[in-house]
Ligand binder design. Sequence first.
Ligand code: ADP
Length: 392
Amino acid sequence: MAQVILVLNSGSSSIKFTLYSESNVQLSGQISGLGAVPRLSLKSETNETRIDRALSSGEGTHAGALRALLPVLEQELAGRSVDAVGHRVVHGGVEHAAPVLISDDVFDALKTLEPLAPLHQPHNLAGIAASREAFPEAVQTACFDTAFHRNHPWVNDTFALPRPLYDEGVRRYGFHGLSYEYICRYLQQTSPETYSGKVVVAHLGNGASMCAIRNGQSIGSTMGFTALDGLPMGTRCGQLDPGVVLYLLATKGMSADEVSDLLYKNSGLKGLSGISQDMRTLTESSDPKAAEAIDYFVFRIRRELGAMAAVLGGLDTVVFTGGIGENSALIRQKVCDDQDWLGLAIDEAKNRTRTEDISGVESRIKVLVIPTNEEETIRRHTAELLSEVSAN
Ligand code: ADP
């Protein structure tokens, strides 16, 4: 019988889900508005909306949301049951360089990492707890955004802080690993030569980071100890002189919670523009502050691109992915403008129509736009772990 795998991505206000029969998407959707006005929307495998309805307020918790989803899945599965649930978990800490089966011990260990990813980890774990209750017979797996980077070189793993801090886990973890892994596997399958070369992937969404990759291995990434570092994001500040944090605490007398809110929720594109965290809104705005926020976003990407080319000792391919990377021709254009020195140029028409390969004819470096699919990475790992469990 075909394996049934449910992939869950549990956030603070939504649970996104994809149901697979073997490797085929059977349906996908989300329960949004958790904690406020919950709503279930469901799409078929051909992306047609099948359900879009309000849920009761009692269904507005992670547990309530999965209870609401159960009968929908049961109807869809017509007698079959969910064999495994694969969860996206943002932080796997030092321990996890690969996905794992979730036991009580694993769950408790992941809970200790909550302070390292306060925007995501608590909600990822709430989703796991709810799923273990809703699908007690199913194998549950955790797939980590940090795992892809665990074998990166030591120089990218450390800060220049006293050694005991490194030993207790104050390290650069890097995130968006499930996305980078998807892109690497896609390249491996479609263009082995590109896969084994020097690649920079720019995952540009609400959260944004870049990763230097050689032969499918993470060499360096822009995110660090938490998902705050590196590129500016929708609401997160990205790279920041730690002296600014000291100033906020000591001189302005802000509390740690206030600083955390400022850096995670009110900075980045939103803080700079004072208008919105949403790139589409900013690109459509005529306010100069929107343009400045975009300029800063692009500046940081270009700076990291040059740094990564230096770290890799050359560059063969740049991949754009994530909501902005996949959809914004303007941002891709601005990032690639005047990069002839690097041997990088894009074809404007291809960029506008968004073919997969948008490289200019004279470009030595290949420039690709590849839609990411983190769910597929989670499905694949979960299927592998399920096969191991079934074999034992
Ligand atoms: P998340 O990190 O939450 O998964 P996404 O990858 O969905 O985020 O990316 C969301 C971002 O993509 C938003 O800033 C949104 O405005 C932007 N985006 C989506 N489509 C476009 C577009 N056509 N032009 C510019 N930005 C876009």
